[in-house]
Design a protein around this ligand. Sequence first.
Ligand SMILES: [Cu+2]
Length: 68
Amino acid sequence: MTTVTYSVPNISCGHCVHTIQTEVSDLAGIKSVKADADTKKVEIVFEAPASEEKIKSVLKEINYPVAG
Ligand SMILES: [Cu+2]
């Protein structure tokens, strides 16, 4: 399993947190998703078939692109 933490500047409230957690959790292989509106970070634990590329692409699709 892999843990990644992404900076996601568009997170502004609890609704954003909920959307991100719901949408990213839909990917196969996602173990946990913790988004935080104060730090604007998302911590994700995953294993195959999920990948950083797939996670980032979902975040971009739902308008919460990863910074940098
Ligand atoms: Cu929001």
